[in-house]
Design a protein around this ligand. Structure first.
Ligand SMILES: *Cc1c(COP(=O)(O)O)cnc(C)c1O
Ligand SMILES: [Zn+2]
Length: 438
């Protein structure tokens, strides 16, 4: 995926607005939050063009450039695809079931080569930052985000510091060779995603680095929201229901934000999509809080949380500090859309994955199995009308197909630190010394 040099936008095509207080900021690619002293709140992009013009001649996700906070566009790369389900739809008695497929499925021209919708977010985040800036991006990940960034940064020859738990090492693969400027650091001794986030935050503060920012980065959210833009521009209407598995909740928030933008556009009807968001039980902090009608996540003892996380098969959904309570986050998205949450067991997800493969003809990931199982739950409970327009987000699929069609490269870690070394600051001192010695 080579770089394209011409900047097609001057970055004044969007501004940033605080959801909580309405404060307005110019398009600074590194701004992640509001300066006003109030409760935590997301910023949102406000685009100059209210009506979306699709640019089919631009590569991958950049066909939606009007509604991406991009400084320039990047060549190559895939995009979400949307198609109407026949067999799964018939099985569930639904007439308008649409699948947003994010992954690899050559027969349907689905070409996300790291196999998940995190590959929508990575190019969007990278394109937000001017090409000639010198700072290095720092990303923490449990797997899919890291794989997407490592792959895209390699294809662009951009440097990256990636921090992941050691136990997720086998998630960092690519169909092509990794660029040497892509550096992997692992958290050893049983450390988890939360420890990886802590170390990435420390590195992100060093001179010469900048943090990706997670849910707070508008480029991440507007990249993920492209599943909805692709679906709606394909169908010509906004669906009534949206199903997705969530860990950080970012994709759910993004779907709601894309919906609001499409309402302002005006050409796709006035539907507010009901969000149906699912987690993998027994680790389901957002479901637990939502079912209690609470904006606050239930605090659990460390040991309990760890034990729950270990039982979950969709590991990418095990974020302990999701964007739930924050203004403009999951709680607000569910409230505003009349949304629902679902807790799905491992065995229900296995059944749903099998069913999807048998009926639709492609393998899907454990987390996409969680979303599909939530759809099955809703259909069985008669919560959906036969004629309702429904969008199921298959956030990851086709990784078995990728393994059949490609030889994979794995990224080797450069450094390893224990949670204790991260907490004490000795991990960071070590990294600083390494930087000084090169
Ligand atoms: C990250 C991820 C999710 C959860 O996404 P969020 O909206 O960020 O919570 C779901 N499925 C897959 C495959 C993912 O990689
Ligand atoms: Zn504010």
């Amino acid at each position: 995926m080579p770089k394209i040099n011409d900047s097609v936008t001057d970055c004044s095509h969007y501004r940033l607005r605080c959801v909580h207080c309405g404060a307005d900021y110019p398009a600074n690619p590194f701004r992640l939050q509001c300066d006003q002293p109030h409760a935590p709140s997301l910023l949102r992009t406000v685009y100059r063009t209210q009506q979306l013009t699709i640019r089919p001649h631009l590569p991958g996700i950049f066909r939606f450039l009007d509604w991406l906070p991009a400084d320039h566009f990047l060549a190559g790369g895939g995009k979400p695809i949307t198609y109407q389900s026949t067999h799964l739809a018939r099985r569930l008695g639904l007439e308008q079931l649409y699948i947003s497929f994010n992954g690899y499925w050559p027969e349907r021209a689905a070409n996300l080569l790291t196999g998940s919708f995190k590959e929508l977010e990575a190019p969007s985040v990278l394109a937000r930052v001017p090409e000639h800036h010198r700072r290095t991006l720092v990303v923490a990940s449990a797997g899919n985000t890291g794989r997407a960034f490592a792959h895209i940064c390699s294809s662009l020859a951009r440097s990256l510091y990636l921090v992941i738990p050691e136990k997720n090492l086998d998630a960092i693969w690519s169909t092509s060779k990794f660029y040497p400027g892509v550096r992997l650091i692992v958290v050893s001794d049983g450390g988890d995603y939360a420890d990886a986030i802590a170390l990435a935050q420390q590195i992100g503060q060093l001179d010469g680095f900048f943090p990706e920012g997670g849910a707070a980065n508008v480029a991440r959210r507007d990249g993920m929201g492209l599943t909805v833009l692709d679906a709606v521009t394909t169908l010509g209407q906004i669906p009534a229901h949206y199903f997705q598995a969530v860990g950080s909740g970012t994709g759910g928030i993004s779907a709601w934000e894309a919906n609001q933008r499409l309402l302002q556009d005006g050409r796709f009807g006035n539907q507010t999509m009901q969000l149906h968001l699912a987690q993998n039980s027994p680790f389901s902090p957002m479901v637990d809080a939502w079912k209690r009608g609470s904006r606050t996540l239930v605090a659990r003892r460390e040991g309990v949380t760890k034990a729950q996380i270990n039982q979950v098969s969709a590991k990418v959904l095990t974020n302990r500090s999701p964007a739930y309570a924050i203004a403009g986050g999951v709680y607000d998205a569910l409230t505003q859309t009349g949304g629902q949450m679902y807790a799905v067991t491992n065995s229900a997800a296995v059944r749903a994955r099998r069913l999807f493969k048998e009926l639709e003809g492609i393998d899907i990931s454990p987390s996409a199995g969680i979303a599909t199982a939530a759809l099955l739950q809703a259909a069985e409970a008669n919560a959906l009308k036969k004629t309702d327009c429904i969008l199921l987000n298959i956030t990851s699929g086709g990784t078995e197909r990728i393994r059949q069609d490609y030889a994979l490269h794995y990224l080797a870690p450069r450094m390893a630190f224990s949670p204790q070394e991260i907490r004490s600051g000795s991990a960071l001192r070590h990294i600083e010394q390494q930087l000084l010695s090169v």
